[in-house]
Design a protein around this ligand. Structure first.
Ligand SMILES: [Zn+2]
Length: 309
């Protein structure tokens, strides 16, 4: 019999979560603060509550839906859909129905299998020779490894024979060899995200508010999600819902988002959402690595890579 009760949503938590959602969406942090118990109020004083909620709103947007995923006597976990992302919202109550625990965690959908590597054959996403600045499995080769979704990412740019990525003093984007170069679809797929309006940075000054900058996400038939970031403003040539073919122009390399100089950021993850994605290691089908043909290979830091035809 107990299991029958466990299936139904705890009415008290539901009521409190409804009120929390309403206050959050209407920007009423004082009202949310009044729902906290004394310990929570000490841990999260009003100014901190305001900062936390404002930060969440800026990044994730309003709450648009939720679904109960775990239900216990004193707490519940909700898969919570925001305008821009999905989080697991954990709310627990004391005996007076005041909130004594509130957490916003990455939402991990365990019904979607993690992928170790790509199964779709990938071509390099450009013509010409590019250099892997960050790529590989260790932290010294690839600073992305500490980020769950981006752990297998590549940062790619173009260097000259001196190893420099720019022609003169590097003070303008146009000085960089990579700036304005074509970025191509590595395989067929469907465009599921396309952002084009973010300004390019002055070299060395990063935009932390819009991390990906101008960006494109391709979903393959094998449910791999290919993220390309930092395109040049107004250069993205694809739209959400569009089917693309391998080799099709996505846009031009730029310096938008969390980027200090013109480069391509590329990674694959197992779901579309950046917060809950798990990185997928990317092997390219057949290409030149430092002049030698390699097949089904994942390049690492320092290697010069180029299509073989
Ligand atoms: Zn990167």
């Amino acid at each position: 019999m107990a299991s029958a009760f466990a299936q139904s949503e705890n009415e008290n938590i539901k009521r409190v979560t409804d009120r929390f959602t309403d206050f959050y969406n209407r920007d009423l942090p004082d009202s949310i603060f009044s729902m906290l118990d004394d310990n929570m109020k000490k841990a999260l004083p009003l100014d901190k509550t305001k900062d936390f909620l404002a930060g969440l709103k800026a990044g994730a947007g309003k709450i648009t839906g939720r679904q109960l995923t775990k239900n216990a006597a004193t707490y519940a976990v909700y898969k919570t859909t925001f305008e821009h992302t999905v989080f697991a919202l954990v709310i627990s109550l004391d005996n007076n129905f005041l909130i004594n625990g509130l957490r916003v965690n990455p939402y991990v959908d365990e019904s979607v299998p993690f992928l170790k590597r790509n199964t779709t054959k990938m071509a390099l996403p450009f013509k010409d020779e590019w250099t892997v600045v960050w790529g590989g499995d260790t932290e010294s080769q690839n600073y992305h490894v500490t980020n769950k979704a981006q752990k297998n990412a590549f940062d790619l740019l173009i260097t000259d024979e001196k190893g420099s990525s720019h022609k003169t003093n590097g003070k303008t984007n146009e000085d960089y060899y990579a700036f304005g170069k074509e970025v191509l679809a590595p395989c067929d797929g469907e465009i599921v995200m396309a952002i084009d309006s973010v300004k390019d940075n002055i070299p060395g000054v990063m935009n932390a508010a819009q991390v990906l900058g101008n960006s494109v996400v391709i979903k393959t038939a094998n449910n791999e999600f290919l993220f390309f970031a930092h395109f040049k403003q107004h250069s993205v040539k694809v739209k959400v819902g569009q089917q693309v073919k391998q080799g099709q122009l996505l846009g031009l390399c730029g310096n938008s988002g969390h980027s200090s100089e013109a480069h391509i950021h590329f990674h694959i993850q197992h779901v579309k959402d950046l917060n809950s994605g798990m990185g997928v290691k990317c092997f390219f089908d057949s290409f030149l690595v430092n002049g030698q043909v390699k097949t089904d290979y994942s390049p690492v830091q320092g290697e010069h890579i180029k299509p073989s035809k």
